[in-house]
Design a binder for this molecule. Structure first.
Ligand code: CA
Length: 236
């Protein structure tokens, strides 16, 4: 079974140039020309990833990005024109995993899609996992099951975007360490060009979702003019 990638893009030429390279990389390309048909496709298809153009005939792709992120952590890459930097930032704030700037080479798109899927653990198994339950990180009431990509806080399941999830894993790797924004960009976005504002925004979303420790402190603390770290729970 090949993985299906949905491309939402009104320029037919772009779909044409992507079809073959994606097929060679093992993906089937589904193509929608507008938001309306993308919504219909999303309702019925099981997809591996979404490539979403922002400037579409029936609206801005950001709307669809927001809708998708309300219920899904599916890898989502936005496609923007070079001049639309604001859209790109908003897209990442809305939970897009990466962005591709037009004009791009098909090879670049395949590489980006593959990288995002790899980050998510795609292709590392067939879905049935023999190590179920063994890859669990816990810290201060936070429990991350890496095999299932599940996050629980105080026994309650929370849903994170891919970016938030990567940020949480980064912070959990060394709970006491204060990470600078540069380090976070390196670990969460693989060093891509990301403005500080996006980092701050993802941190504050994750902080909100993680809630507070029993003593009322937020689970992520800001270390003034340095960066962020997990808050140490009080020793029992
Ligand atoms: Ca367009």
């Amino acid at each position: 079974m090949t993985a299906k990638i949905l491309l939402v893009e009104d320029e037919i030429e772009i779909a044409r140039t992507l079809e073959m390279p994606l097929a060679e990389a093992g993906f089937t390309l589904l193509h929608c020309l507008n938001l309306d048909s993308a919504r219909k496709t999303l309702a019925v298809e099981s997809l591996a990833a979404i490539l979403l153009d922002l400037n579409l005939p029936d609206g801005n792709g950001i709307e669809l990005c927001r809708e998708i992120r309300r219920e899904s952590t599916i890898p989502l890459l936005i496609i923007t024109a070079r001049r639309d930097e604001i859209d790109r930032i908003v897209g990442l704030e809305m939970g897009a995993d990466d962005y591709i700037v037009k004009p791009f080479s098909p090879r670049e798109v395949v590489a980006r899609v593959t990288a995002v899927l790899r980050r998510q653990g795609w292709g590392s198994g067939d879905g049935s996992n023999p190590d179920d339950g063994e890859n669990v990180i816990t810290y201060g009431g936070i429990e991350v099951d890496e095999d299932r990509h599940q996050v629980m806080v105080d026994g309650r399941s929370i849903s994170l975007t891919k970016t938030e999830y990567r940020l949480l894993l980064t912070l959990l790797r060394r709970p006491g360490q204060v990470y600078t924004r540069e380090q976070i960009i390196e670990m969460v976005w693989d060093g891509a060009y990301i403005v500080d504002r996006v980092v701050d925004s993802v941190v504050s979303r994750l902080r909100r979702k993680l809630g507070t420790l029993p003593d009322g402190r937020a689970r992520i603390r800001t270390v003034h003019s340095v960066g962020y770290s997990l808050t140490e729970p009080e020793s029992p």
